[in-house]
Design a protein around this ligand. Sequence first.
Ligand code: PMP
Ligand code: GLN
Length: 383
Amino acid sequence: MLQLPIQSKLPGVGTTIFTVMSGLAGRYNAINLGQGFPDYEMSEKLMNLVAEAMHGGWNQYVPMQGYMPLRESIAEKAEFLYNTKISPDTQITITPGGTYAIYTALTTILHPEDEVIVFEPAYDSYIPNIEINGAIPVPVNLKFPGYQIDWNEVRKKISSKTKAIIINSPHNPTGSVIGERDIEELRSVVAGTNIFIISDEVYEHLVFDNIPHRSILRYPDLLERSFVCFSFGKTYNCTGWKLGYCISSSSLMVEFRKVHQFNCFCCHTPSQVALARFLKSKDEYLSLSKFVQEKRDYFSGMMKNTKFDLLTSRGSYFIGAKYDRISDEGDREFAIRITKEFGVAAIPVSSFYKNGTDNKVLRFCFCKKKETIEAAVERLARI
Ligand code: PMP
Ligand code: GLN
């Protein structure tokens, strides 16, 4: 058989840890608290709106920027939540998910040898997205165990080649969130530079304990240099929809759209038509943090019956758990073993560090039905 040589664009990369752990969970019939997705149903009303859109003939391409009424609904929501005026015409593009929005933003700005500051542990797509563009990731460790940003460390890592900083709040995998002081530090770090900001805000509606979400959309001076990325999958419990959007300044969005138009061009039409209407019901997204916070609290309360020590989570779907009272195995080895032997899958947090830093922490996903949480923790308590 002919085997053409292929020079890998991502030679250091294997299969993502999410795929690996979900695969193992399937094979060993384990409860999957690894990959981040809810196991409860999405809104029946939203499903019906999609069906209605399909039957109503909304089955052909929409403009490459996205269905205009959806962009208008997003602009209204941004004004309501973050007191900001966003132009639906020039500042919003609908994308097939948040990951794609981040990839497109990075591809829009990066040239070979550019450097990008990435906080680690980091969501797994950031570094490959940087490297595939010939650019160089510059990791900055979040301070363990609170996973806060060390701004002095950021200042030390900034160079004349720094093209961008990626921030992510609420943070995957740790559940930490940024505060007003972080915004001030960010502002002071980028002041007088040409550094772009990629702000991954896919968990904007999953902030707990009455903490406000510090969206970059609140700060017009920062938005001028930012690509802010969102995901409907997270907001509406439908991660498989892979639909999201990016908001930026009008001038940056022109370049973003140049990349986007030759990649996917436009996204699934009936879902956009449905979301344009559904987004108007504020309760649907305002109620989410309370609903998921209750799950965090339920999971945390039950985990007291185990030998895991939970870290703090203020947002997202996730919470870290130290297991050093149970084992001194590496986190990957431990995660694989408990999936096979005890039937619960989690994600080893070392997978989110380029150099594999292992603080002996697993990431658990708590956006699950009560009975799933109960069954999983019952198994974890046997370890
Ligand atoms: N960023 C982070 C931090 C995430 O956890 C996710 C979840 N997959 C995404 C981006 C991507 O969202 P989407 O599924 O819409 O691509
Ligand atoms: N965002 C989800 C997680 O962190 C899943 C992402 C994926 O499977 N690529 O678990």
